[in-house]
Write a protein that binds this ligand. Structure first.
Ligand code: ZN
Length: 316
């Protein structure tokens, strides 16, 4: 019988919680990590924040989860990575890794011999995802994004993974739950799900502001999932979720100025004007119309837009 549980260079014995830095091969990065090894047998769960370095509310929520979990009151094991992408965090880099300008949440399962973001994705998948039974990845609106809280699960052909992921995504006090079938390739939750690991993303908070209220909401949602999975004891009240199957992103195909005509959380109709792209003299280059009827789930609030930047997404 082995009472020791380890991820990389870090170990926790049965009933122990440790804090330390996880060393990743070929990257100079060390990820702050909580390893909490419950006093009784049970499933293993990863809770992650900071895949995008400026989503502070979700980073704070992961940190608080790491701090509050008590191994004496737990079955199973939880690993918490609150700052999963330290280079982006300290560079205050929006969307992308500062060294290669790649979006870490499009790189999974990564490449052992690739660029920084590709290697970070590779080692996170190899060293952490593959060691756990469930993945919870916390996000929010980036520095230049406003956002209505929502959760996402991957629509996979694996019925067990699909069912559990959807249940996990429905455990937050968040109205909108999206079943996404690969509109956002290379992301944490779809990579985990395709490997047979139920996984979700929860998004709350926005625009580089740490919201204590929204952080608390994320923490409670994670605890509700841990109850669902049998790691914690307790009761979960039913949450009235609205399930969305369309997650339509709008992007700019050029460098320009962005003038939205709608607000975050608005219900929009098919054919409705969503916003205008303008040149540096303020003249309209293009008008963006909605392809579907639904809810504006995130909206870029930056006037400056680069080629291929997202502008907004509508859930329906
Ligand atoms: Zn994010």
């Amino acid at each position: 019988m082995c009472n020791k549980w380890g991820i990389g260079n870090l170990f926790a014995t049965r009933g122990e919680k440790i804090k330390g830095h996880l060393e990743l091969p070929t990257l100079g990065e060390k990820l702050p990590t909580f390893l909490i090894n419950g006093s009784r047998e049970g499933p293993s769960v990863l809770v992650m924040g900071g895949i995008h370095g400026c989503e502070y509310t979700s980073i704070d929520a992961a940190l608080k989860i790491g701090a509050l979990l008590d191994p004496k009151r737990m079955k199973g094991k939880v690993v918490v990575l609150p700052i999963a992408n330290p280079s982006s965090f300290y560079a205050r880099s929006i969307y992308v890794h500062p060294k290669d300008q790649k979006n870490l949440n499009r790189m999974f399962p990564g490449d052992q011999h690739g660029t920084d973001a590709e290697r970070l994705a590779y080692w996170l998948n190899e060293m952490v995802f593959k060691k756990v039974d469930y993945v919870i990845d916390l996000h929010g609106g980036d520095m230049i994004e406003s956002l209505v809280p929502f959760t996402i699960y991957h629509v996979t052909e694996n019925e067990r993974v699909l069912k559990i992921s959807k249940e996990m995504a429905s455990r937050f006090d968040i109205k909108y739950v999206i079943g996404s079938d690969g509109q956002v390739p290379g992301s944490t939750y779809s990579c985990a799900a395709e490997q047979g690991i139920p996984a979700i993303i929860a998004e709350a908070g926005q625009q580089g502001i740490l919201s204590k209220e929204q952080s608390q909401m994320l923490q409670e949602g994670v605890q509700n999932i841990l109850i669902l999975l049998g790691v914690l004891e307790g009761n979960v009240s039913n949450i009235d979720s609205t399930y969305l199957t369309v997650f339509e992103w709008y992007r700019s195909d050029l460098q320009c100025l962005w003038y939205p005509e709608i607000e975050i959380g608005d219900q929009v109709e098919e054919g409705q004007l969503l916003g205008q792209l303008a040149d540096e003299f303020g003249d309209t280059i293009r008008k963006i119309y909605s392809n579907s009827s639904g809810i504006v789930l995130f909206l870029v609030s930056s006037l400056a837009i680069n080629k291929n930047d997202p502008l907004l997404a509508v859930g329906a």
